[in-house]
Design a protein. Structure first.
Length: 198
């Protein structure tokens, strides 16, 4: 078994953003091979990412995006568990990407649970009216499909990521969550356009 040096652990920590003990453990399992340890971290991270969702995320950063014409912009608060991850380049890039995404995609809510029940009921009523001419046994199914599409347009976490439409915003956040080993969440955002909102 290869000896795991403090330098190797620190290098791996900077690269992945994981805790010291986790880095040392992964390097030991990978017999000192950085690439193999990184693969192990990714495999385990994706499985554990869902488990971290309930942990308190009280560190983080506020990111700003101002469009080139200076007539529109976004403020977004992205949270994580530690200042170490908040200073991590990947976390900073995620915050920048999310600000850009919010400017481009104009979400109304962060997650489905944030959507007021009245808004969902109103959309369902509209969609049921739209499918009134369809057979009764499939009207509800079609309307529910339309509601899912409406969520995909209105809810940040459900939207297709503007920089890679093969992924949702949730997928992009979960990937960073997996690599850092911390719960990462969008706390809030505000979108500004000159002349709107008065």
């Amino acid at each position: 078994m290869a000896e795991i040096t403090a330098q190797a652990v620190n290098e791996f920590r900077k690269k992945t953003g994981l805790g010291l003990m986790e880095c040392k453990k992964l390097l030991q399992e990978a017999d000192g091979d950085l690439k193999k340890a990184e693969t192990l971290a990714k495999e385990r991270g994706l499985k554990q990412a869902e488990l971290r969702a309930g942990r308190a995320a009280k560190a983080g950063r506020v990111e700003v995006y101002i469009h080139h014409d200076a007539k529109s912009g976004v403020l977004v608060e992205l949270n994580c568990e530690t200042d170490f991850v908040a200073r991590n380049e990947e976390f900073k890039q995620l915050a920048k990407d999310l600000a850009l995404h919010i400017m481009a995609a104009n979400p109304l809510y962060i997650k489905r649970e944030d959507v007021p029940e009245q808004a969902v009921d109103e959309q369902k009523r509209i969609f049921m009216e739209q499918v009134a001419d369809k057979p009764a046994n499939i009207q509800e199914k079609i309307a529910l499909g339309k509601i899912d599409s409406w969520f995909a347009e209105s809810v940040l976490m459900d939207q297709k990521f503007v920089k890679d439409e093969a992924k949702s915003v949730r997928d992009v956040i979960m990937a960073v969550n997996a690599r850092t080993g911390e719960n990462i969440s969008v706390a809030r955002f505000a979108r500004f356009i000159v002349g709107e909102g008065r």
